[in-house]
Ligand binder design. Structure first.
Ligand code: PMP
Length: 390
């Protein structure tokens, strides 16, 4: 596998971007070698269109939905924007949670535009979970709305038990969208069982290329068509623009591989995650795992190391690629809104590292990452203590 990282580097940042699965890399590269616009009527165009059709079926198989319910986009950010914009036009109210990705929170804020009563942001408990009774009360009071609640959190891996919320939302006439970007391809997801109306995903989180994703729109969902991009009517009018054929075929191949390998990968990755956490909790005094009492994704670990700011910690272990919060807000000086919503102090949030593992992670890599983190934590704590004492 050709991944742009040095030989000695341990890559534990799958929630930012997972390395491409070899199957996906191969077909995406092959697709760059061929010419053909999927809308053209000649043979080249028909070949491109048939590759896109195949990818749509591969993704539909992974999600147990119909290929006709999928719109290809440039990623989950666009899919979230598309879903929220269309549903807001219909309902004029968005009910969401405090721990959503900015691609939902900022979109909801922009759509609501400060209008009173147009946006309700539900709090979470210290395990990152919404209180279902509070949700039911809100939804009963407000009725028709767009509910947008993520399936798994990008920073902590905490999984939402969505089914009871969907039931309550539908009973009140609300439409339900979920940002499943971190869940898809990591754990089984059956849209025959999970009755959401809309779902967003991004290929690069499950071994496909960056810059491609999809929005699932359930057949029969009552939703006005509100494209973000107007033009030639591609994707049944939802998303104009020449299709990204190499990206889409890479997404399809990654979906197929994830579908085939998921049952073996999920327990293997969970074991590695547990090894990482057990070792770190034992060897780094005072450390704790955020969201550990909630159901979580197999490969995500949010670990607070009090007294060791995450930026300094990560700088002291350059051969381990991990994240100090969500990569999407990297560079921004503000602390993680997810961890603050879970009740962490600003200091604790700033001293939290996210390790995210995946399909290519090995036990040896975990042990190397643990050693590096233990060393870095004691170095950074020593410097912090010396600075505080001087
Ligand atoms: N939602 C979640 C939960 C994510 O983790 C991400 C990626 N960090 C996105 C949406 C946005 O995905 P993309 O940048 O691929 O559009």
């Amino acid at each position: 596998m050709e991944v742009a990282m040095s030989e000695a580097s341990v890559y534990l940042d799958y929630n930012a971007t997972a390395p491409m699965r070899p199957e996906a890399l191969r077909v995406a590269c092959d697709a760059f070698h061929t010419v053909g616009n999927a809308s053209s009527i000649h043979q080249h165009g028909r070949d491109a269109a048939s590759k896109v059709d195949r990818a749509r079926r591969q993704l539909a198989d992974l999600l147990s939905c119909s290929p006709g319910e999928l719109i290809f986009t440039s990623g989950a950010t666009e899919a979230n924007n598309l879903a929220l914009q269309a549903a807001y036009a219909q309902h004029g109210l968005i009910v969401t949670s405090a721990v959503e990705h900015p691609a939902v929170l900022e979109t909801a804020r922009a759509l609501a535009g400060g209008a009173s009563g147009a946006l309700i942001t539900l709090p979470v408990d210290r395990d990152g979970q919404i209180d279902p009774d509070e949700f039911r009360a809100v939804i009963r009071q407000h009725g028709t709305a767009l509910v947008s609640i993520m399936l798994a959190n990008n920073e902590t891996g905490v999984i939402t038990d969505l089914s009871p919320l969907i039931e309550a939302a539908h009973a009140a006439g609300a439409l339900v969208h979920t940002d499943a970007t971190q869940f898809v391809g990591r754990l089984p997801l059956d849209l025959g069982d999970l009755a959401v109306d809309l779902l967003s995903l991004s290929a690069h989180k499950f071994g496909g290329p960056q810059g491609v994703g999809a929005l699932f729109i359930r057949r029969g969902a009552s939703l006005p068509q509100r494209p973000l991009v107007f033009g030639g009517g591609h994707e049944r009018g939802w998303r104009a623009g020449t299709l990204n054929v190499p990206g889409i075929v890479g997404l399809g191949a990654a979906a197929e591989a994830a579908h085939r390998l998921l049952d073996d990968e999920a327990p293997r990755i969970t074991k590695l995650r547990d090894l990482l956490e057990n070792e770190l909790l034992e060897r780094v005094p005072g450390s704790h795992v955020n969201g550990s009492r909630a159901p979580r994704l197999p490969g995500v670990s949010s670990i607070t190391i009090p007294g060791a700011p995450a930026d300094a910690l990560l700088a002291s272990m350059p051969h381990v690629a991990a994240s100090d919060g969500s990569a999407c807000s990297a560079g921004a000086p503000s602390p993680s809104h997810v961890l603050l919503a879970m009740g962490l102090s600003r200091d604790a949030a700033d001293s939290t590292v996210r390790f995210s593992l995946g399909h290519a992670t090995t036990e040896q890599e975990i042990l190397r990452a643990v050693d590096a983190t233990v060393r870095a934590a004691s170095q950074v704590r020593a410097v912090m203590d010396a600075t505080a004492g001087s």
